[in-house]
Design a protein around this ligand. Structure first.
Ligand code: FAD
Length: 295
């Protein structure tokens, strides 16, 4: 599809937003501002991450429960296998169900150090696929899982990673959300491979608006995402110019989203880092408007 430059996009995209559980009152206020700002865009859901080793167990729970109760947005809780027995996972999942949480993003998680091999808890789940099956056994949650357009670093090969995604979907997940990426072509190639493997479930691109390349590069190394060299060039000289970096971040992410849109993508998941402005601006450029306003 040939689309005009930033005009005429009808906003026919479904968006979701990811947050992390705040650590302080100040961060809590920032998160809440972001939730209130993004709510008018009618997200299909929002999600709240789970810290390494279950360190945010209580905070993830209270954040998700508050979003559901006070903002009345469907909210998903991320849950990992790290450091928890199957009984502990059951307890957490049952608490979610009791609090009205019906959607879980089920993940394996990582061992402490980036790149360190994952060692399951002796009585725990060894992979996200096993966790999905376990959760489905506990209650009829809607379950989303992770997907990797550039292949997860632990996978033997791209095909093995795809087989793993298929196992997660076969175990009861109904959607995958991708790790962030910056090349639309890599996403489209991944989508073609999913189709060849007979995977029909929605695989939603995860969009990370990058304002700090050095930080993004650190994170990307551990999760199999490539930060293209042109990104360094774009941010070169902007270390002391945070406002300019934000504008560049929004432009780069909006361009990625526009290309994805042109390639037929109609669902986008934004890694917000608990700030609304970049995600809001990008959605706006895609024609997304608050409910009731014309685009
Ligand atoms: P899995 O699907 O279990 O896969 C892990 C690796 O093992 C893959 O390489 C897979 O191919 C391989 N594998 C699995 N089973 C087999 C098998 N039987 N044989 C061979 N290979 C196998 N982390 C957090 O700690 N908290 C979060 O909230 C969080 N949220 C995330 C949200 C999204 C959208 C994404 C994309 C990632 C998130 N992560 C989070 C990171 C995630 O925990 C890591 O990427 C982790 O390394 C892998 O998790 P997974 O669920 O993809 O694992």
């Amino acid at each position: 599809v040939d689309i005009p430059l930033f005009s005429g996009l009808p906003g026919d995209v479904d968006v979701s937003f990811e947050f992390f559980p705040p650590k302080s009152e100040k961060m809590e206020a920032q998160l809440w501002d972001a939730v209130q700002e993004l709510k008018p865009l009618s997200p299909s859901f929002v999600s709240v991450t789970y810290g390494a080793g279950g360190s945010t167990r209580e905070r993830t729970h209270s954040t998700v429960a508050r979003i559901i109760a006070e903002a009345q947005i469907p909210a998903a809780a991320h849950l990992t296998c790290v450091g928890a027995s199957k009984d502990e996972i059951r307890e957490v999942a049952e608490q979610y169900w009791a609090a009205g949480v019906r959607h879980i993003v089920a993940l394996r998680g990582d061992a402490g150090e980036p790149g360190a091999p994952f060692t399951p808890h002796p009585d725990g789940y060894e992979s996200a696929a096993a966790l999905v099956a376990g959760l489905k056994d506990i209650a009829d949650f809607e379950i989303s899982v992770a997907a990797y357009p550039e292949t997860h670093p632990d996978a033997d090969c791209p095909q093995a990673d795809l087989d793993n995604l298929k196992r997660k979907l076969d175990a009861g997940a109904t959607r995958a959300i991708t790790q962030f990426f910056f090349s639309p072509d890599k996403f489209f190639a991944f989508r073609d491979r999913l189709a060849s493997a007979g995977i029909a479930a929605p695989v939603v691109p995860g969009i990370l608006p990058v304002t700090n390349v050095a930080q993004a590069r650190k994170f990307a190394g551990a999760c199999g995402a490539e930060i293209p060299a042109w990104m360094d060039g774009l941010f070169d000289g902007l270390d002391e110019k945070p406002d300019a970096r934000k504008l560049v971040a929004a432009t780069v992410a909006a361009e990625l989203c526009r290309r994805l849109y042109a390639g037929g993508v109609r669902d986008l998941h934004f890694y917000t880092l608990n700030r609304s402005e970049l995600a809001y601006a990008i959605c706006h450029m895609l024609g997304k408007r608050p409910l009731g306003e014309r685009s």
